[in-house]
Write a new protein. Structure first.
Length: 435
């Protein structure tokens, strides 16, 4: 009988705490091991157990993760190693993933859409605005792990297990997933580090937003041949396309590796504002050629771009969700191919918000204090007039508004105001709504 079937019901012990735990139902499995439910002190946890005797280096690395502790709240981090008197190998205990959490590898497959059929980015229940709100935490968590000297071996996955994490400068026993590796790692000129991880982060975000790989295009496809005279091994081709001769499929200066004809990545690329695409262009142009901190896109740049992207969400007259591009006012809707109506804009010290249903105002918009989680204002549909938007004060403090051509009024907490040209005094900052 296989080990994964005999784990359930066994009693294991945590090595540091000395606590005994009973293995519950199997939750899942992968190439390295199996995951079971366990309960400690009445609270739910998860156990990952390696199906085969694991290397000493892997066990040593996970023990180091346990010793250092979780660098950021978004990581599901090993708590303690677990051993058995009856089985060889080892495992570790980690918190159970909360039902409301979304492991990033699963998010990278969303949203479910008609894209595979009609190349249209519609459908699904994961909006562009909610996607933007999910990712700054991912980038923040990556920055926190890098600050602690930890290097996630790509692809990284906050809210997932972290047994593929290493220490900068430490022994490398997991090099990473090939398509996420930095070119210098593919060439074996450098070991995975927090610096090479910036490339991995850029690849992951490109996958998430564009639904394709940034380096796999026409040139990549043309190199695959079964003819004896030109056939090259997959190892040689991988080294070439991801290591020695990588070319971004949307490189503004090198057009030798454009997207494959009919590849949906071209449709997704055109959806996003120019400032957002420009960050990817930097990551896969100078970022490929210059592996230093100057060439790679830092976490802070991604965070700012993602927050700004969320503030650009708007709605076309055909009711499709679109992005307002301040640098391309003629950008057409992906659904009806018409130029969407210009949204009313809320100009604030920390950024400009396109006022569409669901848009939020945070303290960062007022004071640039990086508080993106506290909502002080939200755009809603008018409760009795369809098609009309209102701004509701959800902060504990009153606002003072001065609509164009009207007298000054007070907006108490939980009160709504009709959106029109005006200035609003929040006490610590002023904002202006413009048409």
């Amino acid at each position: 009988m296989s080990q994964q079937l005999t784990l359930q019901g066994r009693t294991l012990r945590m090595l540091r705490a000395g606590t005994a735990l009973t293995v519950g139902e199997r939750l899942g499995e992968g190439g390295q091991g199996v995951v079971h439910a366990v309960t400690i002190g009445g609270a739910p946890y998860a156990l990952k157990w390696y199906r085969y005797a694991a290397s000493g280096e892997l066990r040593k690395s996970i023990a180091a993760l346990v010793e250092r502790g979780r660098p950021h709240r978004d990581f599901i981090w090993p708590i303690d190693l677990v051993a058995s008197d009856e089985l060889s190998g080892f495992g570790y205990v980690m918190p159970r993933l909360e039902p409301a959490s979304h492991p990033l590898p699963s998010l990278s497959r969303g949203p479910t859409s008609r894209l595979s059929v009609s190349c249209r980015p519609s459908g699904g229940n994961w909006s562009q605005r909610s996607r933007r709100s999910t990712l700054p935490g991912c980038v923040t968590g990556t920055s926190a792990s890098a600050t602690c000297g930890w290097t996630p071996r790509p692809p990284r996955s906050p809210s997932s297990t972290y047994d593929n994490v290493g220490i900068d400068g430490g022994d490398v026993f997991v090099w990473g997933t090939l398509r996420f590796m930095a070119p210098e790692v593919v060439r074996r000129e450098a070991a995975p580090s927090s610096l090479t991880d910036l490339h991995s982060l850029a690849v992951f975000l490109f996958y998430l937003f564009m639904h394709g790989h940034p380096l796999e295009g026409v040139k990549t496809d043309e190199s695959y041949s079964w003819a004896d005279s030109s056939h090259r091994s997959e190892t040689d081709l991988a080294l070439r396309h991801f290591g020695t001769e990588p070319v971004f499929i949307f490189d503004p200066d090198d057009h030798s590796n454009p997207p494959r004809p009919g590849d949906p990545v071209s449709v997704w690329w055109r959806l996003y504002p120019r400032f957002f695409r420009a960050v990817f262009e930097g990551a896969f142009s100078s970022g490929l050629r210059d592996p230093s901190g100057l060439g790679r896109v830092a976490e802070g740049v991604w965070r700012r771009a993602l927050v700004r992207l969320g503030d650009c969400v708007s709605v076309c007259s055909c009711h499709a969700s679109v992005f307002f591009d301040p640098d391309d006012r003629g950008l057409r809707c992906w659904n009806c191919n018409q130029v969407p109506p210009r949204p009313q804009l809320f100009e604030l010290p920390g950024g400009t918000i396109a006022l569409s249903q669901g848009a939020t105002i945070t303290p960062h918009h007022l004071n640039r204090n990086r508080d993106h989680d506290t909502v002080i204002g939200v755009v809603e549909n008018h409760p009795s007039r369809p098609g009309e938007l209102v701004l509701r004060n959800v902060s504990p403090k009153p606002w003072t508004m001065t609509p164009a051509g009207e007298s000054t009024k007070t907006v108490d907490p939980q009160r709504r105001l009709g959106i029109r040209p005006m200035t609003i005094d929040f006490g610590s900052a002023h904002g202006r709504i413009v048409s």
